[in-house]
Design a protein around this ligand. Structure first.
Ligand code: NAD
Length: 235
């Protein structure tokens, strides 16, 4: 049975991905700043730290063996006028959302190359589709994740490794509710539902289902794709 790592698996979308993959029989480890306390396969690590990521992967390998599935769901949003984004904040948002993906992919690739098989799914954002005001750093980072996904797909396809991105629309998680509470969403979640063709907010399970498919053997001919899960908000 295959071994997976889900970053950001301690909350929201990442937690739903962990639950879904475990329900399908995968062995799934979690890397998160705040991992669930009672989960023996959950490691506390910061995706921006190459040392912490290397140590977390080493510990998971000790427990499970080689890791051939990686889902990057750890993320950090931010809301400010561009002129108010100082360079430290800019760097932090890029560091978590983009450089974090660099570190985890570097950590997992040797196992995937050795196996001649691998699945990488990067959770980007629908904001990369048409931009989003007051989120320039976040949109820049998530757009770069989509680009990285395409480049890696071309490079790793011959090694049996697929790389895809899932950009969520509005998904009901602590991140979204926090943005709503701080009036950073450009309306309430209810307002956004009215502008969403399927007329509901997304659920973390909607993203988990897309990830489960992209990880499956059935999806072996799908790579370098950006699979929007957004209720029809972006087409
Ligand atoms: P969330 O805040 O509920 O979960 C994010 C998780 O990432 C948390 O458990 C947090 O501890 C972890 N994390 C943050 N920084 C980290 C770091 N440096 N190292 C390790 N772990 C870290 O948010 P969510 O809504 O579940 O978001 C999951 C992913 O989906 C993120 O990448 C987010 O950008 C993306 N996304 C979410 C939405 C949405 O509407 N919720 C929309 C578009 C994209």
């Amino acid at each position: 049975m295959k071994n997976a790592v889900v970053t950001g698996g301690g909350s929201g979308i990442g937690a739903a991905i962990v639950e879904r993959l475990r329900s399908e029989g995968y062995h799934v480890a979690i890397i998160d700043l705040n991992p669930p306390a009672d989960d023996p396969l959950a490691k506390a690590a910061d995706v921006t730290s190459p040392d912490q990521i290397a140590a977390a992967f080493a510990a998971i390998r000790e427990q499970l063996g080689p890791i051939t599935i990686l889902v990057n769901a750890a993320g950090l949003d931010g809301f400010s006028k561009f002129s108010d984004i100082d360079f430290d904040t800019w760097r932090k948002v890029i560091d978590v959302n983009l450089n974090g993906v660099y570190h985890t992919v570097q950590a997992v690739l040797p196992d995937m190359r050795e196996a001649g098989w691998g699945r990488i799914v990067n959770i980007s954002s629908s904001s990369a589709h048409s931009g989003q005001p007051y989120m320039a750093h976040y949109v820049a980072a998530k757009s770069a994740v989509n680009g990285l996904t395409k480049a890696l797909a071309l490079e790793l396809g011959p090694k049996g490794i697929t790389v895809n991105a899932v950009p969520p629309g509005f998904i009901d998680t602590p991140m979204l509710r926090n943005a709503e509470n701080h009036k950073n969403l450009g309306g309430t979640v209810e307002d956004h539902i009215k502008r969403t063709p399927v007329r509901r907010v997304g659920r973390p399970q909607d993203i988990a289902a897309a990830c489960a498919f992209l990880i499956s053997e059935d999806a072996g001919y799908i790579t370098g794709q950006i699979l929007g899960v957004n209720g029809g908000r972006n087409t």
